[in-house]
Ligand binder design. Structure first.
Ligand code: TRP
Length: 453
């Protein structure tokens, strides 16, 4: 089989990899999606299942993705294809990589639209639109905003152009430098927000909501949603982390790096929840608000602070940067696939990916206004794309990766790649990757489609 030539750059250090991978993981998924998913799915029980999925399913699959990427040092499709060939396995494995590329395009199509909302909200914040605003007023501002398809399309187009512009120039140097500043900045602002939440007195209710599991609220769909969110938030199941892993220097321990990334990612999600729910409960809003949750609550919270408009603007700006560092990782496997497999230039690859994403994004834009009637199995276009990717494609992609690393690759090869981690960590990983993670994904699926009580 012919191997594509890949100029293989490396991250400048292990820290650079950890920052870039957490830059991919920490994004809209933590601050926009996690709180509203927890809100819609009953709070504590969802959070508990989510954390279990991160530990027992997410971390082992993240280790598997990094390991596969670093061993092959190729884009996901060729990484899996080449390793499969090397170890006498079926060529079918390469299609897992292709499915990942498609999932990336689908996710990016709405990721770009929602990132557009954060850009619009930077402007609204600094222009003082939220000063002293009440819950219902913030709600009205948001509904008014998403009711205009042209406006949303404009922001979607702008964001996509910026992401494609970054991608066209290549990412290693740019990403590295950006995440060094943006990740710490985001953390500081989140902590400041939590302090504000604590000061306003809603913190007790928020913590109760997030940490008191009500198991009656759990059903197959909720558990599937929690698992899907774990995959989404950790950027797993589509080859993004595999791609980043392919740039990891040989002398970096994979297992411990994955643990750090997962801890950072979950930490930011929980802190975001602790920042947002005090505002929800303190202002008599509903936790099950849906995708608008952050865009309605944060303006109310900030609007009551001195210079709140400025801080709100800063917050949405940092959310934008977090989203950009994630978006770049969503399209990177697709770009690498197009340039390496079909011999197109990076510019052409950017144009192809960009057109597909832009067109699909229109569906999401319209599903918040003129096309908001449920259309596919009770879902709007946005809901359908989100469900298909987060709840189906990512867990299935992750399952395939776990089976590949746990069963198709010989132990000698995986141990060699993980040799910098302790023997105990390696043993746990193998057990989780071969049995626990695949079983969990399969059980959750059977449960969700109603085959198991
Ligand atoms: N993890 C990012 C977030 O939480 C989104 C993301 C980036 C992603 N790359 C991905 C999701 C790859 C799934 C797969 O916002």
């Amino acid at each position: 089989m012919q191997q594509p030539p890949v100029a293989h750059v490396e991250w400048s250090s292990r820290l650079a990899f950890i920052l870039a991978a957490s830059g991919s993981a920490v994004g809209l998924g933590n601050i926009w999606k996690f709180p509203y998913m927890a809100g819609e799915n009953g709070g504590g029980a969802f959070v508990l299942v989510y954390l279990l999925c991160v530990l027992a399913v997410g971390v082992p699959i993240m280790i598997a993705e990094i390991l596969i990427g670093r061993r092959a040092r190729l884009n996901p499709m060729d990484a899996m294809g080449t390793l499969a060939a090397q170890h006498g396995r079926s060529g079918v494995w390469r299609w897992v990589g292709l499915a990942g590329v498609i999932a990336g395009v689908l996710i990016m199509s709405y990721y770009s639209v929602i990132t557009g909302w954060t850009v619009a909200y930077i402007g609204k914040s600094v222009s003082g639109a939220f000063n002293g605003i009440s819950g219902p007023q913030a709600q009205a501002v948001f509904e008014d905003f998403i009711s205009d398809p042209l406006d949303l399309l404009l922001w979607h187009t702008l964001v996509l152009a910026v992401v494609l512009g970054i991608a066209a120039r290549g990412v290693a140097g740019g990403i590295e430098r950006a995440v060094q500043w943006l990740m710490p900045g985001l953390l500081v602002l989140l902590v400041a927000l939590v302090c504000y939440g604590a000061a306003t007195g809603g913190m007790g209710a928020a913590a109760r909501f997030l940490f008191t599991p009500d198991f009656a609220a759990l059903d197959g769909q909720t558990v599937l949603a929690a698992m899907g969110q774990a995959f989404f938030s950790l950027s797993l199941g589509m080859g993004a982390i595999m791609m980043y892993g392919s740039y990891l220097p040989r002398q970096a321990p994979i297992g411990r790096s994955a643990l750090i990334i997962a801890a950072l990612d979950s930490g930011v999600a929980i802190v975001a929840g602790l920042a947002i729910f005090p505002i929800v409960f303190g202002n008599g809003m509903a936790p099950g608000e849906g995708p608008g949750l952050v865009f309605v609550t944060l303006p109310v919270g900030f609007g009551q602070l001195p210079a709140g408009g400025l801080f709100a603007g800063l917050f949405f700006l940092l959310l934008l940067f977090a989203a950009l560092t994630s978006a770049v990782s969503l399209i990177e496997p697709g770009l690498a696939y197009l340039t390496e497999r079909t011999g197109r230039s990076r510019g052409q690859a950017v144009a192809i990916m960009g057109s597909a994403i832009w067109l699909l994004g229109i569906g999401t834009v319209l599903s918040f206004n003129v096309w908001s009637t449920p259309w596919l199995a009770g879902r709007t276009f946005f809901d359908a794309v989100d469900y298909l990717t987060s709840n189906l494609m990512l867990p299935l992609g992750g399952l395939a990766v776990a089976l590949f690393a746990g069963w198709a690759l010989p132990r000698l090869a995986t141990d060699d790649e993980l040799q910098l981690d302790t023997p105990r960590l390696r043993r746990y990983w193998r057990l989780l990757c071969r049995w626990v993670a695949p079983a969990a994904v399969v059980l959750v699926f059977l449960h969700a489609i109603g085959l198991l009580g």
